[in-house]
Write a protein that binds this ligand. Structure first.
Ligand code: ZN
Length: 242
């Protein structure tokens, strides 16, 4: 009798466990399908607006707490971005291999990553052998496009650094602020400058100050010439839009 009950208990526990694992798999698959559709729609919407080709659609994952990196089959170098998506709710996009991790399921994250994906896939942008400043400018321009695209999805977004002094002109003040908040100064520069420029670009675009064609060029330009990213950054910063 005792043994029978034990077998019964064991069977119940195992069956329940198996069932819940199946459920997780089922939920994960469903989530993947849903998030993928939203990201693909965002990619199509941005591509239609700026007459861009979509060479390939990425694999898309909503990085929820039950999703395991190992189940995705990517090499270890992508684990860090996966972990940041999972525990800090950030989102990431990669062109080679093509995937997007969504850490926060909302329109801003979806359109920002769709924008990054289109930018990298259209321009074939490479960091390569750039000067230190040109690398920084390349990252800033990429965040500018990502932020700009998030406003195409939902224009109510405002840059979170808008009350902070401009990093280029008030470097010392910015360093103090970032130290006080425990932020990485490089990352702060990229987002403060990139999102600020993205906000300006969006306002210029909806006011017809900058044309659709010029925005398309920002998506497709590989910025290969010496210090071209830096020059493009300075031009946009100083409102030179030719
Ligand atoms: Zn971004």
């Amino acid at each position: 009798m005792f043994l029978r009950i034990s077998y019964f208990l064991l069977y119940t526990i195992l069956y329940k466990n198996l069932k819940s694992q199946k459920n997780i798999l089922y939920v994960s698959k469903n989530l993947k399908r849903l998030i993928e559709q939203e990201v693909y729609d965002a990619i199509d919407e941005i591509a239609d607006e700026f007459k861009l080709n979509v060479p390939i659609y990425p694999e898309v994952y909503y990085v929820h707490k039950n999703l395991k990196f190992e189940s995705l089959g990517y090499v270890k170098e992508h684990k860090e971005s996966f972990q940041i998506s999972k525990y800090e709710n950030e989102s990431f996009s990669s062109f080679k291999p093509s995937f997007i991790f969504i850490g926060t399921w909302n329109t801003w994250h979806i359109f920002e990553e769709a924008g990054h994906f289109l930018h990298i896939s259209q321009s074939n942008l490479k960091i390569g052998k750039r000067s230190q400043h040109d690398v920084l400018a390349t990252h800033v321009l990429d965040e500018m496009i990502g932020y700009f695209c998030s406003k195409i999805g939902n224009s109510s977004r405002k840059p979170m650094f808008r009350n902070l002094p401009d990093a280029i002109h008030e470097r010392e003040k910015c360093i103090k602020i970032t130290e006080k908040n425990g932020w990485d100064f490089y990352e702060f520069l990229v987002y403060q400058q990139g999102y600020g420029l993205g906000e300006k670009l969006f306002n210029y675009y909806i006011s017809n100050i900058i044309s659709r064609k010029k925005i398309k060029k920002l998506f497709t330009n590989p910025l290969e010439k010496k210090n071209e990213a830096l020059l493009t950054f300075h031009k946009l910063k100083n409102n030179i839009l030719e």
